[in-house]
Design a protein. Sequence first.
Length: 552
Amino acid sequence: MEKIWRNSYPEGVPHEIDIDHIPSLVVLFEDACAKFGDQVAYISMGKEMTYRQLDEESKHFAGWLQSLGLKKGERVALMMPNLLQYPVALFGTLRAGCVVVNCNPLYTPRELEHQLKDSGATAIVIVENFAHTLEQVIARTAIRHVVVTPMGELLGLKGHLVNFVVRHVKKLVPAWKLPGSIAFNSALAAGRQHGWQPVALDHDDIAFLQYTGGTTGVSKGAMLTHANIASNVTQAYNWIMPAVREGKEFIITALPLYHIFALTANCLTFLMIGSKNLLIANPRDIPGFVKEWAKYPVTVVTGVNTLFNALLNSPEFAKLDFSTMRVTLGGGMAVQAPVAERWLKTVGVPLLQAYGLTETSPAATINPLNMHEFNGAIGLPISSTEVSIRDDSGAEVPVNQVGEICIRGPQVMKGYWNRPDETANVFHPDGYLRTGDVGYIDQKGFVFLVDRKKDMILVSGFNVYPNEVEEAVVMHPGIIDVAAIGVPDEHSGEAVKIFVVRKDPRVTEKDLIEHCRTVLTGYKIPKHIEFRDDLPRTNVGKILRRALKEGA
């Protein structure tokens, strides 16, 4: 397809990035630490860590890994929420030449065992709250070195109070036993004593095994190289620079850093521009999140639709001072127009969408940051990125026609770890990645997401996209959240079923059906409605339609 999106680029954004001369992630990190040394890099529970301290501590962690004999390319698992320990371990692992394997702290023993065995990780850093999970499976994995860290370990004196509350008041640490494990500070001390030797890294070296697909099949490790991630950081940096100020932004990070969106956007890209980063360890605690936000002059926030919706439904959120706010970026799932409209009215800055996948490091399209309102698009293909909309035969379809979104660019993964067949299935012969998402490109080059290909509902031969139904239902003022799926129907093949969380308990099935009749064509109107107190979600808040289908 002709690169029509370039005509819509904001001034100052290049059409291409110089891929051949992009350094490794380690060089990008070290350059940022040298440039912003005494500025604050991270804040967690009131404790600040400067870029210089992050540089030193990550060097010590790298030294500890090398003292164990870990070589370039060996895998190190990280399993913790947004704590200061995470960026120290992350950058230390990369500086040792090792590969980061991010693990969701909420994994079940089965899920953790699969990921550790599949990746072949030999070392792990895990927060003590979830050490009992590791205890159940470690004997069946290749893990030989374990760091168990309490929540408050890097918080100084305050950390003792935090640990006491977490362990004894909130009782969030089940009993565990992992013989031979050490504390995070002990690892840093050992690394300081041993010293660190820089490791030569090439573009093709793997930086992350980032697992994906757990909600649609067996979880697979996307091999993201230093070139993939560094390219995406460079692409994102070039995209945001016309709208942000180097060394002056204050970003709040509620999405977990182990998730690819927050990892590349918050942890890496905003680190490269010298931002302060406020880490939220438990974003599900909305009152606590809002209370923390109130303490700081936040300028940037990223999140998913469900997080923005939850904030807007918190009475205290609207009382915050938003005078410093500059950028709000939504990704991970479709942003609903009613949520975006409420956000603009409440916060005063537009909620702009970005789009990507774990397999694309993740950013593929981002809306221009100079836009003043929500446009429904997931953005323009960013520098050096090509988007092609294709039908089931792989042929490209014209502008404004719906098909599968396919992506080609330097940020697209090397492939799936130890799964050549899966890798072959997800790529077209010309190198375009098949996303499994359905969408279209308009005449200005903006990409619009319609839905997940696998989630599409077929009613009497007509395509019904759950996103469209969900957006229509959530327009009702008495509804907080909704999920739509297809269920078998003897007359139409499938029918639409919705699962609804009410704000107003007086809302009835009849009310919702009547509301839907005003905004949806007949065959899209839900035939079945189930009211629930909450909906199943992934670790970043995306609704798990698959879980709802299995229980329907």
